[in-house]
Design a binder for this molecule. Structure first.
Ligand SMILES: NC(=O)c1ccc[n+]([C@@H]2O[C@H](COP(=O)([O-])OP(=O)(O)OC[C@H]3O[C@@H](n4cnc5c(N)ncnc54)[C@H](O)[C@@H]3O)[C@@H](O)[C@H]2O)c1
Ligand SMILES: [Zn+2]
Length: 332
């Protein structure tokens, strides 16, 4: 893994502290914390272990933190970098597709707490993000698809040409130049949204498309983030047919279900539990309605960014969705 060692070497002269996914147990130094990347360990207790190690090593203000790993690693490391001695320079090296196009961008970091995803965290922008797509060669198929779905989410709301290109050419993913083009286009879209609205006052909510239901099912069924978001995209598109006369549900369904077969997950969805989790989600602000991001047309987003929907309506629509998610024809 030359690319891994090249990145490490480029940082060594600044004497950083590394936080690295234990998939890469490749450097021998005291100044590293190897992290087992798992939602259960994306916790305060892991943060405490890292900080204790840093304190024992007498890591001082100004020492760079370098995170190498997927979204779990970059989220925890960004949080640590922000709170240790009120902020250390932070460098993010995302190694999963999802982290390259999503988790490492936008400054949000944090850990899960009390059964609520990303309940504790801050916004702290990295000094630099280093994208090395050769990391993707070792990624499992399911993790690759998980990231691909976040890419589709971005294109679905912003660019129909890129949506068509990414949905129709998934098998071209081993073509490095093409993959880089897709990764950097998705990354640029996210960066531009974050630049316009760093503190989620309006347009940044768009990035939550597919995440309202997605986060709840991710917690309930312990599936990779992007896979859960794919289900959330299907449900948000299903709601959009009802609310905004969205006419392209079938296209969205065919594209997403080509990547992952959701039958099992949809059958196992426990509606009351999902509703509870959506109400508790930190992004939701009241107990009677749940905010959803909807779509009107592939490649663009509606003028209203958020739709506040009654819980009783959502409950009814989840049952409808479980019955009809794969039966809807284009004409309906
Ligand atoms: N901060 C944000 O804005 C933001 C946005 C989206 C998602 N997230 C967070 O990101 C997390 C999900 O990130 P993820 O999907 O990258 O998961 P992850 O970090 O858990 O990584 C997934 C798996 O891939 C392995 N892995 C990492 N790089 C690898 C490589 N190059 N080759 C082989 N295996 C590798 C990891 O060890 C892990 O088993 C969630 O906790 C989610 O909340 C944050
Ligand atoms: Zn996401």
């Amino acid at each position: 893994m030359d690319y891994f060692h090249n990145i490490i070497n480029s940082f060594l002269k600044s004497n950083p502290f590394f936080i690295i996914d234990d998939y890469f147990p490749l450097i021998k130094t005291d100044r590293v914390f190897y992290l087992y990347a798992d939602e259960g360990r994306k916790s305060l207790s892991t943060v405490e272990k890292i900080i204790t190690k840093m304190q024992n090593l007498n890591i001082k203000s100004g020492t760079p933190i370098v995170a190498i790993g997927g979204g779990v690693t970059t989220d925890i490391a960004g949080f640590v970098a922000n709170i240790y001695r009120r902020g250390l320079p932070f460098y993010s090296v995302p190694t999963t597709l999802l982290a390259m196009v999503d988790a490492s961008i936008g400054g949000k970091n944090g850990v899960n707490f009390g059964g609520i995803k990303n309940n504790l965290g801050t916004i702290y922008f990295p000094t630099d993000i280093i994208i090395e797509t050769r990391f993707l060669k070792t990624l499992s198929n399911i993790e690759f698809i998980s990231g691909w779905i976040e890419i589709l989410k971005i294109f679905l709301l912003q660019n129909s040409n890129l949506w068509n290109e990414a949905t129709n050419n998934f098998l071209k993913k081993d073509d490095t130049d093409w993959l880089k083009k897709i990764v950097f286009s998705a990354k640029n879209y996210k960066e531009s949204i974050v630049t316009q609205d760093p503190y989620s006052k309006n347009i940044r909510h768009l990035l939550n498309f597919g995440h309202t239901l997605g986060h709840a099912v991710e917690l309930q069924q312990n599936i990779p983030h992007g896979i859960a978001v794919g289900l959330g995209i299907l449900f948000a598109s299903f709601l959009s047919m009802d609310i905004l006369n969205f006419s392209e549900y079938k296209t969205v369904f065919d594209s997403i279900s080509k990547l992952y077969d959701y039958d099992n997950i949809i059958r196992k969805m426990n509606t009351p539990d999902i509703i509870n989790k959506m109400i508790q989600d930190k992004k939701n602000v009241d107990d009677e309605n749940i905010d959803f991001i909807l779509i009107q047309k592939i490649g663009s987003y509606p003028s209203d960014i958020k739709y506040s929907l009654k819980i009783s309506y959502i409950q009814k629509m989840i049952y409808e969705f479980q019955k009809n998610y794969n039966k809807i024809s284009k004409e309906l």
